[in-house]
Design a protein around this ligand. Structure first.
Ligand code: SF4
Length: 1436
């Protein structure tokens, strides 16, 4: 809709008068006049409001409620039932806020007037000038009264004149005090008489009316135009009075007729209304432009009729209602004819004015369905196909009207349909009794009766029945009736889809009737309220738990599902609901604010809701109860209290606990109670310890630490304090309350910094509390003496504008404590990673001041300070990787293992993690993090058989989070395995003849091999070699089998383990081996500690390998002692020599690697020793010299997607699995598809090191079947851009404990945007290797990508450029911190230049170097040289 003067005028007032402005977009792709006016206003406005756009179809109410400012909130929208009906439930709460709702109407006022009854004020504007003036009145009124004002105005046409005041006057006008008359009194009403003179009680309606008049008067003073509630003209002593609300003008002059144009539609105090009806009036015709009004009586007619009816007068006029059609102009004759009809018709008959066609027309557009909701509707179509009937589908609206989507109407329709079907069944049964019907038809009808409720079979048999009826033409009347009811032969799956608004009033929403109907219907209720917005949404109105309500009702199937938590669970529930004979209610969670809400946000909100029990996943199937089974299935771990009470009441809980004893401990936050108790006991114990150590001043060391570095410093400080005779203890900041802190005498704080200057997780709560107290100006810590040591990295924030983030947490804490009255006893200490000794440099200056203050600086400390416990100690003390894992697994009081055991379980292929998305929320609830475990399989070369695949699929469902991941080390990884499932998961993996031993930890990891589908013979040889290397380098400890597979020790408890290769310390760090088969470098051979590059002889046979050593990816942000490095080629070896060489390289590393915190990987060992010396050591162990290297060529490190046929005639298909995640998603049931393929596939599966999958060794005769399955599940879709096909990301959030930023969940979103840039420049099919990791550890090998992003903080990445296309060159840091807008701004011109200026065949990584964007990296050690892009290059 274009910007008419009225739209522009209202938009400007809304913009210049508001603090927050919410706007609903229209369904039309072109922006409305509102948006263009806001944009124009933003260019001149001095004080800009916050402008929030709500997508068309989304609920604006939640946005309005969540963004209520202290000043004025305005909302603008075009009138549309879909938008306005969303508002209704929120109006009760909005009514008492300073809110103006500007609703622009094209013609008909019905939809907008629906809102009138729920707001205190409703003002109507017919012309553009009125719209402007009334917009000012409305804004003023809302501000002064703190109430909501509905302003309905006509869009009008583009020639209407509007006179406006200058925009800078508007804020002043709004801020002015209430208008007074010249005597300083409030101005009297417009006709000069006062309220008391009119005999009105000062009731609420009158009070509001007076407030309106005040606002109107104030506006008049500014705009110099009269603003009245009613505009009256015509005869002063009329017989007929026409009261109008509508667009056409009634500017006619007739004898005996008067016209009142209503501008104020609410409040309408009776006395005011009566004052415009002269005593001479015999007939009042109320004309309203509301042709789509749904109920019998129109809104204003009712008000006026009732006022007139109650008036104490002898000559009460007749009041008649008239509907005005959509007409722009009226003729005088139209009005006269109207009054003529009025005088002759029964007053109760409604009159019409304007063309009847316009009144009758009322074409209604199909309501818009928000796009996110298709996640569920697609599943319904997918499951039920043609037999799906969405009984209240928006598609029915154009033919049936708005009512088509209402539950009551729909229920009526369904009831009718079901009755017809019941009739069909009984007629068929009647026919079957008739001996005269043809035998063939009899047989078919009997068959139909048997299958009538089966979705597929009833359709098939139904078609046969119809064909028989048409062919045989039986004479029975009943047969004709069957034919007429033929649409009911198919069993349909009937669904009513509704929103959670139904839950507010079960009775009014029709939901109660549906549940109580006992009809075979399915109701899907979508709840879109995000978990994090649940409290703000509407505390005064409570949603009823429809699930509980329905379960209490009895024979109703109920399920609570969330597609972003478990796709499979939703499928199960929908199928069960469909099958259930009777009403089924499926509550589906889909938390989103607007249509633009990204899927990632929905996923996070869903996880929070499910994890906390706010949205439990369950199914209640009364059909099971009838079969003697438990009707309740809990599919998530936590349930709400009220749900539990229900279960208790139903006596199901006891059955459930018997069936699943572990459930009892996990119900309803009992874990949190245990934890709180444990904390309290610990606090008491600490306190008593303090009391006993009264001879020395107590020192409390509080720390906040994410990586453990600050924790180490704090604990060391406490240990040193004890050695100086102090009573010292260390604890996390969040373990203490402010009240307890206030009782402390000396407190030393040690904190590192997270993200953009935030506190580490275990210090955030205390920090927030201190901030809040300081903001309130409290002095609650006056007894505390404190000092703070902050740890950070000044290099981390290279841009001057970001420099203040350096050590921000420590600085903030120091200042905050001072504000709270605490006494600083030693100045803030700052440790900087960039100093010569790292943070120790600053620490050494800070610590002595503390000893001095405490009077212990002269104490001589004789004993060596206890060394902090390191990984090396843990390994050595672990009895060959046993530790206390067994005991930890049996401890039900926590979902975690002991910290030292978590170091050991890595060697068993297990990482302890916690869900980062919900960490804060759980901490706030006082429960421990949501611990779970990642399990990584050892599977050399990434090859597995179909039955192994099926087992993995099942393990993911039974023990994990329902998905699994193909990793960059060519293996499977399961996430979300909780502690009690660990052992069974590992056993199941072993049952599949795979294991997890050494998949992580300081040992040789999974050996990877090029997938090369077209060279299967070479692959087979390389694969066999990889398996031999893997076996050779495997740890020999029996702990793995003992712990996970219950294999007993040979004799008593005496440990027999020896580790001939590793010894009790194992390796200093992880060790990685890869085998590449040129020309494919899909394993990124140079990124591995040891690489074997296959060399083929003249006959095409594998002759041996070129051996590389010293590659590695991981670095630490900002620490220049760490860097990525590419492996060096040492020389050539035969296949037989290969295993020995791998082993000897590993042994040299074992004995020479640095076991300190940094620089432990082989890459640093080689650089420290020098390549020649290192090689010499290896050769010494080998007893011979390694031969010179042979020539080889790589041309790519990306996968060969699609079909390939090898020399033996076998076929191989490489599927694109984005970032390796095997899961079912709407429209992409990859997990299900691969399961189906695995059921029939006779070859093998090969995982690629780029996280994709090759379905290998398909015989020609099996090709059609595999192709069909690939197509059916869209696994053959390779139409993605070359950029996407060449991308990869590590897991990162939510499971990886080291992640600093999103990776797997974000890279696809970023690629959507970069892809567009590539497409614009004609590069859709040009491969650019783009990789992303959530931290600098580099699991997705980002440092050899042409362009890479490495997480630094949420939403912030290090950007690297210039890697070699086939992994032959490291890239280099181009920008130290980039966010998405910066990434796109950088890449756009760069990609454009690449498209225009590249040489034939030149890859992007080479181009950016040639074009001068970045310098080439020549070696790992030179990685930091000339970093920073053009500037550094230019100035070098
Ligand atoms: S690169 Fe970092 S964030 Fe990504 S998976 Fe590896 S350790 Fe986790």
């Amino acid at each position: 809709m274009s910007a008419t003067p009225a739209l522009r005028a209202v938009a400007r007032v809304a913009y210049f008068s508001s603090d927050v402005l919410v706007h609903s977009r229209s369904s039309h792709p072109i922006p409305t006049g509102f948006e263009s006016t806001f944009d124009a206003a933003a260019r001149t406005a001095q004080n800009k409001p916050t402008v929030l756009a709500v997508p068309f179809g989304a609920d604006p109410g939640t946005t309005l409620l969540q963004n209520r400012p202290s000043g004025l909130l305005s909302y603008t929208t075009l009138s549309n039932p879909q938008i306005l009906h969303h508002l209704i439930p929120h109006l009760a709460e909005l009514a008492s806020t300073s809110t103006v709702l500007h609703v622009a109407v094209a013609e008909d006022l019905s939809d907008a007037l629906v809102l009138r009854s729920s707001v205190p004020f409703c003002i109507y504007s017919r012309t553009a000038q009125q719209a402007y003036d009334n917009a000012l009145v409305a804004s003023r009124l809302a501000r002064t009264e703190g109430k909501a004002v509905l302003h309905i105005f006509h869009v009008g046409h583009d020639r209407e004149p509007v006179s406006e005041v200058s925009e800078d006057r508007i804020p002043r006008f709004l801020a002015e005090k209430r208008a007074t008359n010249g005597n300083g009194h409030h101005h009297s009403p417009s006709n000069g008489s006062t309220l008391s003179e009119l005999g009105e009680d000062a009731d609420e309606s009158s009070r509001l009316f007076r407030a309106y008049e005040q606002a109107a008067l104030a506006t008049l003073v500014m705009v110099r135009r009269a603003i009245r509630p009613f505009y009256q003209h015509g005869s002063t002593e009329p017989h007929n009075l026409v009261m109008t609300v509508g667009r056409p003008s009634f500017a006619f002059v007739f004898v005996g007729i008067s016209f009142v144009e209503l501008s104020l539609l609410k409040p309408l105090p009776p006395a005011r209304l009566l004052s415009v009806i002269p005593p001479s009036t015999q007939r009042v015709v109320v004309v309203e432009q509301v042709r789509r009004w749904q109920t019998k009586w129109t809104p204003l007619y009712l008000d006026i009729a009732s006022v007139v009816h109650q008036a104490e007068t002898e000559n009460r006029p007749v009041v008649q209602s008239c509907i005005l059609g959509d007409v722009e102009e009226l003729e005088a004759v139209d009005v006269l004819k109207l009054l003529q009809r009025a005088s002759t018709q029964d007053p109760s008959v409604r009159l019409e004015l304007g063309s009847s066609s316009s009144i009758a027309a009322g074409t209604v557009a199909t309501p818009h369905v928000p796009k996110h909701e298709s996640s569920y509707t697609k599943m319904l179509s997918h499951l039920f196909g043609e037999r799906l009937e969405i009984s209240n589908s928006p598609d029915l609206v154009p033919s049936l009207g708005q009512l088509a989507t209402s539950p009551e109407f729909t229920l009526g329709r369904i009831r009718g349909e079901l009755e017809e079907r019941a009739e069909l069944v009984s007629i068929v049964q009647e026919l079957l009794q008739d001996a005269s019907i043809p035998a063939e038809l009899h047989a078919l009808l009997s068959k139909w009766v048997l299958v009538k409720d089966d979705g597929v079979k009833s359709k098939k048999v139904g078609e046969e029945v119809l064909a028989a009826l048409e062919e045989l033409k039986p004479s029975q009347v009943a047969a004709e009736r069957v034919f007429s009811l033929r649409s009911h032969l198919n069993a349909r799956s009937r669904w009513i889809i509704g929103s959670d608004a139904w839950s507010y009033d079960l009775g009014a929403s029709g939901l109660h009737h549906a549940i109580a109907s006992k009809l075979n219907i399915n109701i899907l209720i979508l709840d879109t309220l995000p978990y994090s917005a649940r409290n703000a949404s509407d505390p005064s109105r409570r949603k009823q738990d429809v699930g509980l309500y329905a379960m209490n009702h009895g024979d109703v199937y109920v399920a609570s599902v969330a597609v972003y938590s478990s796709y499979t669970h939703v499928l199960q529930a929908l199928m069960e609901a469909d099958k259930f004979e009777g009403p089924s209610v499926v509550l589906a969670y889909l938390p989103y604010q607007t249509e633009e809400t990204p899927a990632l946000e929905i996923l996070k909100e869903t996880k929070l809701a499910v994890d906390t029990g706010y949205w439990p996943l369950y199914r209640w199937n009364p059909a099971k109860e009838r079969a003697g089974q438990d009707p309740f299935t809990l599919d998530s771990d936590a349930v709400k209290n009220d749900l539990q009470r229900f279960l208790d009441r139903q006596n199901h809980l006891s059955q459930l606990v018997r069936a699943q004893p572990q459930l009892a401990a996990e119900l309803v936050g009992s874990l949190g109670e245990n934890l709180k108790l444990a904390r309290k006991q610990r606090a008491q114990q600490t306190y008593s310890e303090l009391l006993t150590a009264i001879d020395a001043p107590p020192l409390l060391v509080l720390y906040a630490s994410d990586s453990g570095k600050a924790e180490k410093v704090a604990k060391r400080l406490a240990a040193r304090a004890k050695m100086r005779g102090l009573s010292a203890s260390a604890a996390t900041m969040d373990s203490i309350t402010v009240e307890d802190l206030a009782k402390e005498e000396y407190v030393a704080f040690v904190t590192s910094v997270a993200g953009q200057g935030e506190f580490p997780q275990n210090g955030r709560t205390l920090a927030k509390t201190l901030n809040a107290l300081a903001a309130r100006g409290e002095q609650s810590l006056t007894n505390v003496r404190y000092t703070v040591f902050g740890m950070g990295d000044s290099h981390y924030w290279p841009r001057p504008e970001d420099a203040h983030y350096y050590n921000k947490a420590g600085k903030d804490l120091d200042a905050r404590l001072e504000q709270l009255g605490a006494q600083r006893v030693a100045p803030l200490g700052l440790g900087d990673d960039q100093d010569a000794d790292g943070p120790e440099t600053g620490y050494k200056l800070w610590e002595p001041q503390l000893w001095k203050l405490l009077g212990v600086d002269a104490v001589e400390v004789q004993e060596a300070e206890p060394e902090p416990i390191t990984n090396e100690h843990i390994k050595a003390a672990s009895q060959y990787l046993r530790g206390t894992i067994v005991e930890g697994l049996e401890d039900n009081s926590t979902g975690a293992l002991a910290p030292s055991d978590t170091q050991l379980t890595k060697f068993h292929g297990i990482y302890q993690q916690d869900d980062r998305d919900i960490r804060d929320e759980r901490q706030a609830q006082g429960v421990e993090p949501a611990f779970s475990f990642m399990i990584r399989v050892r599977m050399p070369g990434g090859v597995c058989k179909p039955d192994q695949w099926l087992m993995m699929d099942q393990i993911a469902d039974e023990h994990g989070n329902g998905t699994f991941k193909i990793t960059t080390r060519q293996t499977f990884q399961f996430h979300g395995v909780i502690k009690r499932h660990l052992k069974s998961a590992i056993r199941d993996i072993n049952r599949a003849l795979l294991d997890t031993l050494a998949a992580c930890g300081d040992v040789n990891r999974n050996v990877i091999v090029s997938a090369i589908p077209s060279l299967s013979k070479l692959h087979a040889q390389a694969y066999e070699f990889a398996k031999r290397v893997s076996e050779r380098l495997l740890p020999r400890t029996t702990a793995y089998h003992e712990i996970w597979l219950d294999k007993k020790l040979v004799a008593g408890d005496a440990l027999k383990d020896v580790e001939p290769l590793y010894g009790e310390f194992y390796l200093p760090r992880k060790f990685k081996v890869a085998v590449a088969v040129p020309p494919t470098n899909d394993v990124d051979i140079f990124a591995n500690d040891v690489g074997f590059i296959a060399i083929v002889d003249e006959k095409g046979e594998l002759a041996g390998f070129n051996v590389t050593a010293g590659g590695g990816m991981g670095v630490t942000h900002g620490n220049k002692k760490t860097y990525p490095r590419l492996g060096d080629v040492l020389g050539f070896c035969t296949v037989e020599q290969g295993c020995d060489i791998a082993e000897k390289i590993m042994l040299v590393q074992r004995d020479n690697g640095n076991r300190e915190e940094y620089n432990a990987r082989l890459k640093y060992t080689i650089d420290r020793m020098g390549l020649d010396v290192f090689k010499g050591e290896v050769e010494k162990l080998l007893g011979y010299q390694i031969q010179p290297a042979r020539p080889f060529t790589f041309d790519r490190n990306v996968d060969d997607f699609g079909w390939h046929t090898d020399a033996s005639g076998k076929h191989h298909f490489t599927c694109f699995i984005e970032n390796g995640r095997i899961q079912d998603e709407p429209d992409r049931d990859f997990k299900a598809g691969l399961r189906e393929i695995a059921k029939v596939h006779k070859g093998t599966f090969r995982l690629t090191a780029n996280q994709h999958l090759v379905v290998t060794d398909v015989a020609t005769e099996d090709l059609p079947q595999i192709k069909d399955l690939l197509a059916q599940y869209k696994l053959d879709n390779l139409s993605q851009s070359a950029l996407r096909l060449s991308s990869s990301a590590c897991v990162a959030f939510p499971t990886c404990g080291l992640a600093m930023a999103e990776s797997e969940r974000y890279l696809p979103i970023l690629i959507d945007k970069v892809e567009k840039i590539c497409e614009e420049n004609g590069l859709r099919n040009d491969s650019i290797v783009m990789r992303m990791t959530g931290c600098p550890n580099g699991c997705a090998r980002p440092y050899v990508a042409e362009v890479a992003f490495v997480g630094k903080a949420p939403g912030t990445y290090l950007m690297l450029l210039g890697g070699g296309y086939h992994g032959q060159r490291l890239n280099k840091i181009y920008r130290e911190t980039v966010t998405e807008p910066e990434i796109l701004a950088i890449l756009k011109p760069m990609i454009k230049r690449y498209a225009l200026e590249r040489h034939e065949g030149e890859h992007f990584g080479d181009f950016v170097i040639r074009a001068g964007y970045i310098a080439p990296t020549t070696s790992g050690k030179a990685w930091y040289d000339k970093m920073g892009g053009e500037i550094a290059v230019a100035s070098s």
